[in-house]
Design a protein around this ligand. Structure first.
Ligand code: G3P
Ligand code: CA
Length: 279
């Protein structure tokens, strides 16, 4: 079987390299330094997670708190649990989002990471457009949208302001179906990716589920363990692309490619690039 591959019109001419939080194996996640490395490694996409500040600004950050990836605990010791939604952008701008990485990964540490800032979504988009040589595109996730009312509207405003809303390769992603449906209503032409963790598919007929979501989504982002021939077939028969996360070993990259995935999220974009032998 060809896993339904022939039914599929690819998003790009080949398999997409998606740099997860930037080239986050080599630099502090969600800093301009890590995004730069992703683009140097020829990633097709830079992946962003979004959180929203107290004053309604979208920033690129994975966690709902500032504790793991910044020095917020030292700078604001009495502000536990350091939730993003309790800090203004001005306060977040004072944080160092790079030094933690040097301590955690001394093998990859660089002087240049010290003092890296938390980027706003707008800064991150402008940076990728400026340094991406017309190749790197944006793959943006609404995180915890239930915690941040208005997140989708604000995201669309920024995409408009930075002139990327009509970028053909632009992808928006979420675990939240509500958030994706909201985006689909706001900007029906933009491609959306429904993310899945294992519990979201438990007990479901995968074909029916893929059929159901193809109503608003143009692809799925399953946790890599969920990618089996049955899911591949169900997705491709419903014209959905498949982008598993987060794939960091060469072994997993090879086996997922042989199953017919259309791209993958990785912290090591260079390793995937080497396997693909892209032009
Ligand atoms: O967005 C794909 C993947 O990144 C989902 O997991 O927790 O790394 O955002 P997470
Ligand atoms: Ca993500």
């Amino acid at each position: 079987t060809d896993n339904g591959q022939s039914l599929l019109k690819p998003l790009t001419s080949d398999v997409a390299i998606i740099a997860h939080r930037g080239a986050s194996a080599y630099g502090p996640e969600h800093t301009l330094a890590a995004y730069k490395q992703a683009m140097t490694m020829k990633a097709d996409y830079v992946e962003f997670d979004l959180q929203m500040t107290k004053d309604g600004e979208l920033i690129a950050m994975h966690d709902e708190t500032l504790a793991r990836t910044t020095n917020a605990k030292e700078l604001y010791p009495d502000r536990a649990p350091w939730r993003v939604k309790d800090f203004t952008l001005d306060e977040i701008n004072r944080l160092d989002a790079g030094s933690w990485f040097n301590k955690a990964y001394p093998d990859q540490a660089k002087q240049a990471y010290i003092g890296q800032k938390v980027p706003t979504l707008e800064e991150a988009i402008k940076f990728v457009k400026q340094h991406g040589n017309g190749k790197a595109s944006l793959y943006i996730e609404t995180k915890a949208p239930n915690v941040y009312p208005g997140m989708e509207e604000r995201l669309i405003e920024i995409l408009k302001k930075t002139n990327v809303l009509d970028d053909e390769k632009l992808l928006l992603q979420s675990f939240s179906e509500d958030s994706l449906r909201k985006l689909h209503n706001l900007v029906p032409h933009v491609k959306l990716i429904q993310l899945y963790n294992a519990s979201m598919l438990k007990g479901k007929d995968v074909y029916q589920e893929m059929k159901r979501i193809s109503d608003y989504a143009s692809g799925v982002g399953p946790s890599k363990e969920l990618v089996v021939p049955k899911l591949m077939e169900a997705a491709h028969q419903n014209k959905l692309h498949v982008h598993p996360y987060t794939v960091n070993s060469k072994h997993d990259m090879v086996s997922l490619l042989s199953l017919g995935v259309d791209g993958l999220f990785t912290n090591f974009p260079d390793q995937f690039e080497n396997l693909l032998d892209k032009p």
